[in-house]
Design a protein around this ligand. Structure first.
Ligand code: HEC
Length: 143
């Protein structure tokens, strides 16, 4: 008598094939920047503890009372710039413009008097920068 496991085997392999096909389609349809999470990116941009982007920038953040006017508004940044351009700007703003006051968020600084927890570390990790890029790409409306 065939065991119930071997009777189920064809059904299991069909389900596996469907699952693998769906996963492959999902991976193929996913643009490279989708690795970042836009909701996490928004939190990094608006928080004072991490990005502090709103010290200098303003943007479509109605809940934020205090926004900066030292730098262009982030509104429409996703229309003006590609993912690669945004990534380059955030990672190494001073590499693009040595006089920029915008911090190079992805570069490990050689600072002397920085708290031990931050010594030698970039402000944002690569994954956090991807989150910020994913969020900025959603800002396609002019203010
Ligand atoms: C200390 C001020 C300051 C902070 C903080 C800052 N920026 Fe900037 N940013 C600037 C300035 C100034 C520019 C204009 C170009 C330049 O001078 O480098 C700029 C340019 C940009 C641009 C291009 C703007 C455009 O459309 O022309 C983007 C996008 C951007 N910043 C994103 C960010 C993000 C995201 C953060 C936070 C993770 C951030 N910035 C934090 C000052 C700042």
């Amino acid at each position: 008598m065939p065991s119930s496991a071997s009777a189920c085997a064809p059904a299991v392999s069909i389900i596996r094939a469907i699952a693998c096909g769906a996963l492959a389609l999902l991976l193929l349809a996913t643009p490279a920047w989708a690795a970042g999470d836009a909701a996490r990116g928004r939190a990094i941009v608006t928080t004072r503890q991490k990005g502090l982007c709103l010290l200098c920038h303003s943007g479509p953040f109605p809940e934020e009372r205090f926004q900066g006017n030292l730098a262009p508004s982030l509104a429409g940044a996703g229309r003006r710039w590609s993912a690669a351009e945004l990534r380059a700007r955030i990672t190494d703003s001073q590499g693009l413009n040595p006089d920029s006051i915008m911090p190079s968020y992805g570069v490990s600084p050689a600072l002397r008097d920085v708290a031990p927890a931050f010594r030698g570390k970039p402000i944002l990790t690569e994954a956090e920068i991807e989150d910020v890029v994913a969020f900025l790409l959603t800002l396609t409306d002019a203010e």
